[in-house]
Design a protein around this ligand. Structure first.
Ligand SMILES: [Zn+2]
Length: 272
């Protein structure tokens, strides 16, 4: 049997130097490690061991934060419905043709950059004047800033919610609560085309189911960033939503900048 001492390797430090850690300034040892009299490696870095650990911790926390942000962005994307004609459009593509359109453009850019104190933009005007176009650009700007933004038109949203009623037994399927929570949690909600939904009116002639959902959404979005667009006047909306209309409109309009866009439908120009 070999004596224990010959199995254990001898380690020794040579050329020991003390340098201050670049982070905390504490003394930090550097040396050449020799094993059994043979040079093995140089030990010591610019920062001390405890600063290295701290940096690794920060890195792990940073990565966890990033993956949480990525998950929120992906979730918002999952709940968005982007119309085909808006895919890829940008602020540069918007060509204002009159002062109201120029104002709409300027305010949209301001809102996208977070330079507006109002929480909500409320676009009103006929179809084809670029309300959705500008809203989409703001939505895209948010995503580029790594924020969670949902873009959806109210008719699609309502039919999405209605479709959840049919799959109550499927635990994997999206529920109304999932949708409402996603809308609530987003950094920005673009709710396009309010009033364009076709919903069967109730006995009083009002669309109370749609009105109730719209109210819940508007309520859950108080104090958050929103863009609402509609082709309707508030008088039209009042007719549509009946009893709830006052409360809905006041929630939608709360802390908002109303932008009335006027002009001729961009998309019909070729037909004139
Ligand atoms: Zn240190």
């Amino acid at each position: 049997m070999k004596p224990l001492k010959s199995i254990m390797k001898s380690q020794d430090k040579r050329n020991v130097k003390i340098k201050p850690c670049e982070e905390c300034g504490k003394n930090n040892e550097h040396y050449d490690l020799y094993i059994d009299g043979e040079f093995k490696t140089r030990i010591g870095s610019d920062i001390c061991f405890s600063c290295q650990m701290k940096k690794e911790d920060e890195q792990i926390r940073r990565e966890a934060r990033e993956s949480r942000i990525n998950a929120r962005i992906a979730k918002a994307k999952n709940y968005s419905v982007i119309p085909f004609e808006l895919e890829g459009v940008s602020f540069q593509d918007y060509k204002p043709e009159n002062q109201t359109q120029k104002d709409a453009y300027d305010l949209s850019v301001k809102f996208a950059k977070g330079e507006m104190d109002r929480t909500t933009l409320f676009f009103q005007g006929d179809t084809g004047l670029g309300k959705s176009h500008l809203s989409y650009c703001i939505h895209q700007h948010y995503i580029n800033d790594r924020k969670a933004s949902i873009f959806i038109d109210l008719p699609s949203l309502l039919s999405e919610i209605r479709s959840t009623y049919g799959n109550k037994n499927d635990w994997r399927a999206r529920t109304q609560d999932d949708i409402m929570n996603a809308l609530k949690e987003a950094d920005l909600l673009v709710l396009d085309d309010i009033g364009a939904e076709y919903v069967k009116p109730d006995a009083n002639g009002y669309e109370s189911w749609a009105a109730d959902i719209l109210f819940q959404i508007a309520n859950s979005r108080q104090g958050k960033k929103n863009i609402y667009t509609t082709n309707f006047t508030s008088r039209d909306l009042t007719k549509k939503y009946g009893m709830m209309s006052k409360r809905i409109i006041s929630r939608l309009m709360n802390n908002s900048k109303v932008i009335k866009v006027e002009g001729k439908d961009h998309r019909l120009k070729g037909l004139e």
